[in-house]
Design a protein around this ligand. Structure first.
Ligand code: AP5
Ligand code: ZN
Length: 216
């Protein structure tokens, strides 16, 4: 099963992806996670990506497409994959079609998580992430049992550098200008599935599960 998760920053893509990949046993391919790892390791890719990510801007297409092209050719993607945060521009969507086409594959579902802009700001500024295992929390909506400590691995929780109010504003503008037009691209192909991302986390998971299993 080949799936894309779309939606604005903070819509819940990462939260839901964690659950769906463990249910369907497919790899989670997050371009945002790939950039953050490269930034942490200070690789040439990380140094280049940091110039954009830290400002809330999209990383140039040729860099991002190269990463996804390489990743999709790995053996663990054969049973399927979940793309989270890619594609984000029309050029990326067209490149993805070309990459999958050359492998004789195609996308089965594009899940779009819909959340109002005001709620996105609250979600992102309150988000905390585990430094060790990457699990996502929210200080109000999904708090850990002990403040600042991961429930799963006792790792330290931190705030992403692009989750400040100012950077979130830039990220939302980038989404509206460059990514939102892709919804029409996938709607025209008959692949777009809308999900109300404002529901409680478990309800969103249930709805996505039903869609992917063809029961909705
Ligand atoms: P990326 O890491 O992809 O960030 P994003 O799209 O901005 O998405 P987020 O990770 O911020 O949000 P999410 O939807 O995963 O929400 P989450 O589940 O965490 O990209 C970062 C940067 O990398 C980009 O700005 C860009 O620079 C670069 N980049 C990445 N991909 C690129 C590409 N293709 N092209 C170019 N550049 C690229 O949830 C948010 C919070 O809400 C959490 O605290 C969570 O606990 C809470 N929450 C989630 N669901 C619910 C719910 N239902 N109810 C209540 N709270 C909830
Ligand atoms: Zn953890």
């Amino acid at each position: 099963m080949n799936v894309i998760f779309m939606g604005p920053p903070g819509a819940g893509k990462g939260t839901q992806a964690e659950r769906i990949v463990s249910e369907f046993k497919i790899p989670h391919i997050s371009t945002g996670d790939a950039f953050r790892l490269a930034m942490k390791l200070e690789t040439p890719l990380g140094v280049e990506a940091k110039r954009y990510v830290d400002q809330g801007l999209l990383v140039p297409d040729e860099i991002t497409i190269g990463i996804v092209r390489e990743r999709l050719q790995q053996a663990d993607c054969v049973p399927g994959f979940l793309l989270d945060g890619f594609p984000r521009t029309l050029s990326q969507a067209e490149a993805l079609d070309e990459i999958l086409g050359s492998m004789g594959r195609s996308i089965d579902h594009v899940i779009n998580l819909q959340v109002d802009r005001n709620l996105l700001l609250a979600r992102l500024t309150g988000r905390r992430i585990c430094r060790s295992c990457g699990a996502t929390y929210h200080v109000l909506f999904n708090p850990p049992a002990k403040e600042g400590v991961c429930d799963k691995c006792s790792g330290e929780l931190y705030q992403r550098s692009d989750d400040t109010e100012e950077k979130v504003g830039t990220r939302l503008d980038e989404y509206i200008n460059k990514t939102a037009p892709l919804l029409e691209y996938y709607a025209n192909k008959g692949q777009l599935r809308q999900v109300d991302g404002e529901q409680e986390i478990n309800q969103v998971t249930e709805q996505i599960n039903s869609l992917l299993r063809g029961q909705a």
